[in-house]
Design a protein around this ligand. Structure first.
Ligand code: HEM
Length: 443
């Protein structure tokens, strides 16, 4: 990878993060050194600090927890006290135990911290049985195998069109030009949303997960609520329109006609729309960027791929493991639970840190921190979760990545990453906001 980005034109200057001191009470400033794990008191240290994520500096803290305190308690955080589960086997146990560990928004949902009292967003990822399964079943046909077959030629032709329009030999931002554009086009199709307005979906996805991020919402919570209300107004119109039309296989039509979803409250509609926008957008987008980044970081893995493109499907799983686009899911204990000699009390919040379980040396035998595209167990990663909430769109995410790589290898010798990417300052959505690259054509 190049040391500098001197070749990059001025429009590709790394975006500066906005000051965030006034918005939320975390500890590390943008320019402050990250302390080493030996120097902090892990009894009080909070791994949710956005700065750790922006600088990709959280890894040693999770390694410490896995080795020394696999069920770790953080008593004081802006998100409230929480437990961290960091080993692969423990995460799996909690994730499949939905009778004792709730996802329900009534207890706080799937992210750490209390939900906003005056702005509750019920969505089926944050519901327990039976409501969760009733709503999940309603949307499942939109991403069922027959639909994926139907989508494949469309995804391929769009991917081809986009890749053919790239400025070969010139630097550009991969995140916005490729990852965001491809996943946003897919999302517009899933919703049958007006194609020319598709970037609104990207915006709402970014806003929804970033109420406290001044890079996205400089106006704070007021701006966050206002933009989400605009999203609601738009989708309420589409929902009502689809109710008056015959059933089709797009997500909104399925919700508008579903027995259990045709009478949703406005906030329930908004909640489920946001779930589907974020689920279908950020995760796949960040895996696309990760695939380019990781194959630059380990050129010998790229050489393996070039020698044997049939490795693409396994490489896709391995990238999703290595990246872990959603770093954790939260659960709330419905009763006291014993683990590692400690008691999680009823009502307490727990983070299942997929990002840590995906690098747990106890499970992953061969260097878990490295991308190994022909890794045997790659498909066993935790990135899609397990149990009743396992990602409903996992095959669609994989399909988009597979097609992207099949088409990239047809066209380019390699995609060169020109500098370290900028990362999301976020302990939940783990991803990239900017990454300068140059595409080198096949000789
Ligand atoms: C659920 C990750 C792609 C829609 C989830 C969960 C994770 C996840 C971790 C929660 C699992 C749990 O709580 O046990 C990912 C990753 C993706 C991806 C890493 C891509 C690489 C997609 C796509 C869609 C989607 C393309 C589009 C439809 C959903 C939905 C749920 C979900 C609706 C809620 C499922 C439920 O509660 O039953 N995803 N996702 N995801 N995902 Fe994905």
């Amino acid at each position: 990878m190049a040391d500098t980005i001197q070749t990059v034109d001025k429009t590709l200057k790394r975006p500066e993060p906005a000051p965030r001191d006034k918005l939320i009470d975390f500890h590390l400033a943008h320019d402050e050194a990250i302390p080493s794990v030996e120097d902090v008191d892990m009894k009080t240290f909070d791994v949710l600090d956005p700065e750790l994520w922006r600088r990709d500096a959280f890894w040693p803290f999770f390694e410490w927890m896995r080795d020394n305190d696999p069920l770790h308690y953080t008593p004081d955080s802006p998100a409230g006290p929480y437990w961290s589960v960091t080993r692969y086997d423990d995460i799996m146990k909690v994730d499949i135990d939905h009778k004792r560990f709730s996802s329900s928004w009534e207890y706080g949902g799937i992210t750490l911290g209390e939900p906003f009292e005056d702005f509750e967003l019920p969505m089926f990822i944050a519901m327990d049985e039976p409501r969760h399964s009733e709503q999940r079943k309603t949307v499942q046909p939109a991403v069922a195998p027959n639909m994926l077959k139907e989508f494949e030629p469309l995804i391929r032709s769009r991917t081809q069109g986009l890749l053919d329009s790239l400025p070969v030999g010139e630097p550009f931002d991969w995140v916005d030009t490729v990852s965001i554009e491809l996943t946003t086009m897919m999302l517009a199709t899933l919703f049958d949303f007006p194609f020319e307005d598709r970037r609104k979906l990207t915006r709402w996805s970014d806003v929804a997960t970033n109420p406290y991020n001044p890079d996205i919402c400089p106006g704070g919570l007021d701006q966050w609520k206002q933009e989400l209300m605009e999203c609601l107004t738009t989708f309420m119109g589409i929902y009502q329109e689809r109710q008056a039309q015959p059933l089709k296989n797009d997500l909104i039509s399925l919700l508008a006609h579903g027995e259990k979803t045709k009478n949703m409250t406005p906030m329930e509609l908004l909640g489920n729309v946001i779930l589907l926008i974020v689920g279908g957008n950020d995760t796949t987008r960040n895996s696309m960027t990760a695939s380019i980044y990781a194959l630059n970081k380990w050129p010998d893995e790229y050489a393996k791929l070039k020698a044997d493109p049939s490795l693409i499907p396994n490489m896709v799983s391995e990238v999703i493991r290595w990246q872990t686009p959603l770093a954790y899911m939260r659960r709330t204990a419905l009763e006291d639970v014993e683990m590692h000699g400690k008691t999680i009390k009823k009502g307490e919040q727990i983070a299942m840190w997929y990002v840590s379980g995906n690098k747990d040396e106890r499970f992953w035998k061969e260097d878990p921190n490295r991308l190994i595209i022909d890794r045997d167990q790659a498909r066993n990663h935790l990135s899609f979760g397990f149990g009743i909430h396992r990602c409903v769109g996992n095959r669609l995410g994989e399909l988009q990545l597979r097609i992207l790589w099949e088409e990239l290898m047809e066209r380019f010798d390699h995609i060169e990453v020109l500098d370290e990417p900028s990362r999301t300052p976020h302990s939940f959505v783990k991803g990239y906001t900017w990454m300068p690259v140059i595409c080198h054509p096949k000789k």
